[in-house]
Unconditional design. Structure first.
Length: 325
């Protein structure tokens, strides 16, 4: 409590002196995590809170599009203002039904990074399936054969339980996600029924095109949302290049940016960045927290973003900005 109070005071003191930079804000789902059957951690905020965020961004920053960001990078402009870039990862349908109308209302550009397999053939993504298994588990602890120790799921919130299991699963890179989920289902003693698997979680191509035609940037989040660093260079090339080609064919528009799935320091490599460049992307986003203060070739394909989650208020959003500046 004392630490939180100190941080709030620090935030209030330092906020007026916020430095010029590009503040890229990253969202996933918009809605109420408490009504979901799946991963609560991918809910950034409710629609009501998101509208307050958009008003705040427009009052505090100069909100720019990905195309404007690319122009600034390619002309090596000095960052002389506080700019905001709004991004979404994964392509959940609530991005279209909840976020898109608010962005249009306030004439605010944003970028949406889609994993094309989920639009081609709608299905439950691996992280949401894992979350469902944990929610419906018949056991109190989970330990896959390759894990050194079990993860206790006997107590705590579902948010913490899912986060703890996903953290370990993401670190394991010597098996496919399908294999890990199959073993997890056996351990949890439950299987996702067809009626749950049939729930439409992602936007479709028609919705993506409508957003694109109305000024929203649609970028790549690969084909399958696999963790790129776990793949061979050839498999990475396919995920990075084919997703770009596929989106361009549906939208009839160049796809100039990509966001790496998961996106932490261990989720992509130097090879990943080189492949993104060779594929024709003009920039790439990581999910490493931070602010961009200058443009250079070393950060062009691993641009940092600020995560927005926990249904944070505007004041809490300010704390996130100050904490990661």
């Amino acid at each position: 409590m004392i630490k939180k109070t100190i941080h709030n005071i620090y935030s209030k003191v330092t906020w007026p002196f916020l430095a010029n930079g590009v503040y890229c804000f990253n969202y996933h789902r918009i809605g109420d995590k408490d009504t979901s059957l799946f991963d609560p951690n991918v809910f950034s905020c409710t629609a009501e809170q998101f509208e307050k965020h958009i008003i705040f961004y427009n009052q505090t920053f100069t909100v720019i599009s990905i195309e404007q960001l690319i122009e600034k990078i390619e002309s090596n402009q000095v960052i002389d203002k506080k700019y905001a870039v709004i991004t979404f990862d994964d392509g959940y349908v609530d991005n279209y039904t909840a976020a898109f109308p608010i962005l249009k209302k306030y004439h605010t550009p944003a970028a949406f990074y889609i994993a094309t397999d989920y639009l081609d053939e709608p299905h439950i993504p691996w992280w949401d399936e894992i979350a469902w298994l944990i929610r419906n588990s018949q056991v109190n602890s989970i330990q896959l054969t390759s894990w050194q120790e079990p993860v206790d799921i006997s107590s705590g919130t579902i948010v913490d339980k899912v986060r703890a299991v996903l953290r370990v699963i993401k670190q394991e890179n010597d098996r496919t996600m399908e294999d890990k989920i199959a073993e997890l289902a056996k351990i949890c003693q439950c299987n996702m029924p067809l009626e749950v698997r049939s729930i439409p979680l992602f936007m479709n191509w028609q919705q993506a095109k409508e957003m694109s035609d109305n000024g929203m940037h649609i970028g790549s989040h690969t084909l399958s949302h696999s963790i790129l660093s776990h793949l061979s260079p050839d498999a990475q090339r396919e995920e990075i290049s084919l997703s770009k080609t596929k989106i361009e064919s549906f939208l009839d528009k160049e796809v100039s940016s990509i966001a790496y799935p998961v996106g932490g320091k261990s989720a992509f490599t130097q090879v990943t960045q080189q492949l993104a460049c060779k594929a024709g992307y003009k920039l790439a986003f990581s999910f490493i927290p931070g602010v961009i203060y200058s443009f250079n070739e070393s950060n062009r394909y691993q641009l940092m973003r600020l995560p927005v989650d926990g249904d944070c208020t505007v004041n809490q959003l300010k704390n996130i900005i100050v904490r990661n500046k």
